[in-house]
Design a protein around this ligand. Sequence first.
Ligand code: SF4
Length: 306
Amino acid sequence: MERRRRLGRIDCIEIEAKSVLNRVLGMPFGWSINPYRGCYHQCVFCYARRTHTFFEKTGIGDWGSQLYAKVNAPAVLRRELSSPRWKGEHVAIGTATDPYQPLEGTYRITRGVLAELARGRTEAHLITRSPLVVRDFDVLQELARAAGVSVCVSLPTLDEALARKIEPTVAPPRQRLRAVRMLADAGVRVGVAVAPILPHLTDDERSLREVFAAAADAGARMAWHGVLNLNEVARESYFAFLREAYPSLVDSHQTYFRRKYAPKALVEDIGRRVARARRGIALRPRETIVAQPRRVQLDLFSRAVR
Ligand code: SF4
């Protein structure tokens, strides 16, 4: 069952999800949750655009304008977490959409999902580019106490003009850093994803150093990086952007991205620049909320129950 709502330039399709926990293979996490499909933010490099094509939508025009909200996600998740089949593994939130894109201001689905994870004592890792995440301090703290949570804020550059070009509707870098600081101050484990690193645009050592230094200063406990990769839909989007904004980079990128991943030599070269950029920058662990151990009770038959 679906219902359509017009929200400004967005065609929002409210859907009832049958399941919310998605099995993931070949990643450091076994399960993911994406409260929305599509993303208002329309980052030019977004690899998740491809997921729209699974639903007969384009990953280019429709990605930022035809959005799906899984309005029953918290209720479905409650059922899934209480199933005897659920083994309590940790889950990643926001692997194929931004869970704090502007729709979340209206629907509060991500908030409901976090509350259910806390209720079900299930650890979670959340990734977002949006400072709206700070709205949910209270549930993040609750989840941190119940099972553990970490939040990663994506921040590829501090250059506001460049950020506006590559992440057209995402809040400026300084606002994202303020969100990092607020989360750290609230005792939530928070990190920065310097990702994706864009060849010739965000990969120089000086600008990388600025991002890592700002992340450390804001209280990030961890920081990681990832180099641009382009599946077939992201490729179409990214090359359209280059042709428009940086035509002189088209040829080099055609060489780099004959396949989805950049050549090993380029990835390694960027990795060395990242290592040099990070030198001497200490991510100072702050005090964070520690998850309380699960209480294990023994019933009459000495069977462990949660
Ligand atoms: S915020 Fe994330 S999911 Fe949304 S368009 Fe940007 S990269 Fe894609």
